[in-house]
Ligand binder design. Structure first.
Ligand code: AMP
Ligand code: MG
Length: 483
């Protein structure tokens, strides 16, 4: 009587006992379903339509586990703000890999599901606000066409969690291509058992990158593809003004998805040094540092692979370094092309970089909203501002319009291109806070409305101005980790 169509495989469970702890979610007192992502469910071939709310609450709290699941907490390590630490799923369990009709595998993970062997001093739980926040932002990222883990459901646990104050507890069901991180490789590499490292390498290649299965040097090719994936990912973040906030190596997914929505937020006025996270005092994970940190994290990944690349360690290091050193050139090229798209430019011109940087510099000086300035360039005026009459901007605009004329470009072409990459609406920080406050007071409607608007970020929508404007409060927006 499997009405839901769960179809679990447990390849990670079967991999090796050193990679995980076998553990069930710790049952909760009084689970209550808050939100279920029906669109995502249906794309996973899951059908919850015949299941009562009470039953759904039990399912998404982990109080009842689906048949065929073998739940585990995954072991991993990671550099947190530059310092190496042993970590692991301290408040999450993976219940298995659900396989869709088209034979795609997705990890189904409960976050906030109780203590594990890796909880250290944590309580293994999560609060409602942050879990709903992850739900909103991850779904927004998906709809912005950015690779990301997804959110299938949030339940309240009926238990309180103690943070600075007492908060309502919750569990998020996270869906991911996998939860294997750079930190997973770091954990295995630290154990110094070459056979385990090889096992992980082959598993990752088989699961995520089968194209390199027969390559001459698998670890080296894996490093290459993951570097490409991460360059693409960070360029996408830069495109929409997304600031991850906690780019520790344990929060960098091997599959190339954005993972771990803790203190992330979207930049409003353009300032490359923007940081929202309260604990990021040094700005390590500021907007403009994201590519630098991506490279730093990839270097940590490369270090793990050294024993597998070549028998001669020096040769290994030389080969890996060569790949890591290709980062800047690749990033620069992809970033430039992304910015060309944002401006509707076709082909390449020597002066493109200057044209782009001049606009960004002016936006920075005038503290202009990143998203809405690109909207204005696409003829969507969201904010009326005299600043757009300023001579510097008008001169820039002339240069831009001259550039738009080359390479057989047409207004239809460039507007189409711009509209495919410049969102008209993003999750505005104050809006996210507003709907979370309401959800904490048992009113989920504003959150559902926000999700609906964010499900179509590139399309014109009526009466959404309130969702498009940045907040004008003087107070600096701050986000928090591990809540
Ligand atoms: P994060 O900052 O969310 O990437 O988490 C870093 C590490 O801390 C991970 O190993 C988490 O599982 C763990 N962690 C975060 N919050 C908790 C908590 N409340 N209880 C146990 N472990 C936690
Ligand atoms: Mg994490």
């Amino acid at each position: 009587m499997n009405k839901i169509n769960w179809n679990f495989d447990n390849t990670y469970f079967n991999l090796s006992s050193s990679f995980k702890e076998d553990i069930n979610p710790v049952p909760v007192k009084n689970p209550e379903l808050i939100i279920l992502n029906k669109r995502l469910a249906s794309s996973l071939n899951l059908d919850f339509s015949l299941i009562s709310n009470k039953e759904l609450s039990k399912i998404f709290s982990g109080n009842t586990l689906p048949e065929g699941s073998n739940s585990i907490a995954q072991a991993y390590a990671g550099h947190q703000f530059g310092h190496f630490t042993m970590l692991g799923d301290g408040r999450a369990v993976l219940i298995g890999e659900h396989t869709t009709k088209s034979n795609k595998k997705y990890d189904i993970q409960f976050k906030g599901s109780g203590k594990t062997a890796f909880s250290r001093n944590g309580d293994g739980r999560a609060a409602l606000g942050p879990m709903l926040r992850e739900y909103i932002i991850s779904e927004a990222m998906h709809n912005l066409n950015i690779p990301t883990t997804r959110s299938l459901a949030v339940v309240k646990t009926g238990e309180n969690v103690i943070r600075e104050t007492s908060l309502q507890g919750a569990i998020l069901t996270r869906v991911a291509l996998s939860h294997i991180r750079v930190g997973t490789f770091q954990y295995i590499a630290a154990r110094k058992k070459k056979d385990e490292l090889e096992l992980l390498l082959n598993y990752v290649i088989q699961r995520h990158y089968p194209d390199i299965q027969n390559s001459k040097n698998k670890p080296l090719d894996l490093l290459k593809v993951i570097l490409e994936k991460q360059v693409d990912l960070v360029v996408n973040w830069m495109r929409v003004g997304f600031i991850h906030g906690v780019m520790n190596t344990d929060n960098m997914s091997i599959s190339g998805e954005t993972i771990d929505y803790g203190p992330c937020a979207f930049m409003d006025n353009y300032d490359p040094k923007t940081v929202f996270s309260s604990i990021d005092q040094m700005g390590r994970y500021a907007y403009c540092n994201q590519p630098v940190i991506t490279k730093w994290n990839l270097s940590r990944f490369a270090e793990c692979l050294i024993p597998l690349i070549d028998k001669d360690q020096n040769k290994s290091i030389e080969l890996a370094t060569e790949i890591i050193d290709s980062f800047e050139k690749k990033y620069e090229e992809k970033w430039l092309n992304m910015m060309r798209d944002k401006l509707g430019l076709i082909g390449e011109d020597d002066k493109d970089k200057l044209l782009i940087l001049d606009l960004l510099t002016w936006m920075h000086q005038k503290k202009l909203d990143y998203t809405n300035t690109f909207c204005l360039l696409m003829n969507f005026e969201i904010e009326k501002k005299e600043i757009f009459e300023d001579n510097i901007f008008l001169d820039w605009k002339k240069r831009w319009q001259e550039r738009l004329k080359i390479n057989k470009n047409t207004p239809e072409k460039y507007i189409k291109l711009m509209r495919s990459v410049n969102p008209i609406v993003i999750p505005r920080n104050h809006k996210v806070e507003e709907v979370l406050n309401e959800a904490n007071r048992d009113n989920i409607k504003p959150l559902v409305k926000l999700l609906e608007i964010l499900s179509n970020p590139y399309s014109e929508q009526k009466n959404i101005i309130d969702y498009q404007m940045p907040s004008y409060t003087k107070e600096k927006y701050q986000t928090f980790c591990g809540t």
